[in-house]
Design a protein. Structure first.
Length: 94
């Protein structure tokens, strides 16, 4: 049985930033920003799993990485926050 409701489909409050975490790339600089928690560790891998960058004890809500030696490729950025939350995001580094 189908019921008609006079509502439009929507996304409600769209929240693309998981746990207040944003990772962006501009001019070969990767910027990791956390809106709510302090960043504990940032690790970057290439698509083959090779470790390219690791910084422990970041201790702030923002980190900029500008000296990364990587060609134009997809990278995996793993971010761990002080509250134990861990997220891994894919980015295109160019």
């Amino acid at each position: 049985m189908l019921r008609y409701t006079n509502k439009t489909l929507g996304t409600g409050d769209f929240e693309n930033i998981e746990n207040g975490l944003l990772i962006s790339v501009k001019d070969k600089t990767i910027k990791v920003t956390s809106a709510k928690e302090t960043i504990k560790e940032v690790t970057i891998f290439d698509i083959n799993g090779k470790l390219l960058y690791n910084k422990k004890k970041v201790g702030s809500t923002e980190l900029q990485i500008s000296n990364l030696q990587a060609a134009n490729q997809v990278l995996l950025v793993k971010v761990t926050l002080e509250n134990g939350f861990t997220a891994t995001k894919k980015i295109i580094f160019q």
